[in-house]
Design a protein. Sequence first.
Length: 443
Amino acid sequence: MTPRKTPGKAALASSVGSVLEYYDFFIYGTAAALVFGKVFFPESDPATGTLLSFATYGVGYVARPVGAFFMGHLGDRYGRKRVLVLTVVMMGIATFLVGCLPTYASIGIWAPVMLVVLRLVQGFSASGEQSGGNSLTLEHAPDERRAFFSSFTLMGTQAGLVIATAAWLPIGAMPEDDLLSWGWRVPFWLSAFVVLAGVIIRRRLDETPVFTEAAREGELEQAPIGELLRDHPTGVVRVLLTAVGSMVSTIFAVYALSFAVDTKGLDKTTMLWVAIATNVVAMGAIPMWARLADRVGRKPVLIAGALGSGALMFAYLAAIDSGSYPLIFAAAVAMSGVVYSAFNGVQPAFYGEMFPTKVRLSGMAIGTQIGYAIGGFAPTVAAAIDGGGWVPVALLTFAGSAIAAVAALTARESAHLPLQHLDDARARRFDRSQAAPERTLAR
């Protein structure tokens, strides 16, 4: 029998790992909004430089679907723990090297080329992070609290954003000459400590009981990706489309920050505090929404969060356009801190319960990373279509949220079914050698 402390230990370890991993990933987004256009694309006009800087942010999401196939195979064939150790090492090394890059003024076009290469490595690494952490916590959690425990992974990502944004507060307040010459590098160099801590924490993780049992019984697939795409394509597509709702997060973290600081001339430090306050609220809201999802079901909470946060993007961008800091804080906390957390916090359980153990990490990784890739380029598209106005960007964001809500609506509710029952039912459903008709899952 699994010790009672194991679910909490697994949730905490995955959460701390996500803090470390997403600290690295988010400091890049902040740098892309505030610095990289001037450092790596100085010969472009400001608008084009910002657009190109956002494009390097989006490039990291291009690598995610590719990495998802590799990380998914590794995690479903050899275990969740190996994926989690590998991801933090790759992300930390790539991030540290970004801080060491020469600028465009030093080596010309090779500077942004190397930036893109390291961004690709970051994206490749991130492809296995949440899926590995989600699988680990979901499979350790008691059946009646799967959403709650698996939400800790997402709490970790929010904490990572808070720490990353806080790291930029003293840096962003520096004189511009110091900021552009060496100040922007400091948050990236700090990833050396991130790598060390991440490896120590994750090497102490235990493999999940259901994965260990599947390995012992010889149920693991030699080619899990093949089985996933053959027997569970609908689940992959559903996860992909639901994950498009993540553009609320990328528009908030990257585009809106640039819109506020560069277009509207608002104070950079104040806008960074908006991000910190919002994500502190989210850290408390995510587990509360997850607990509700354990009681009433995944779908109503997730769908309400997707549509509500997409609609509130209109209020947030309008508040930025007005220049009123109280309105900006209120709209940001309502949209991203509270309502989007309903979507964000339920994702791990909602996605993981669509797949059996032997292809769970692959299914989550491939589906989410393609969806996140679409969301990752949303700031680039937004910068191209805004024309100085925010309404088209808000419409784009709401469209992504609506796609996510419709996709989630087509899923079966799985909140009150034991994980083992989900595994057994899906195994029966996709066993092509059986002539018996599929047995319908419990409502």
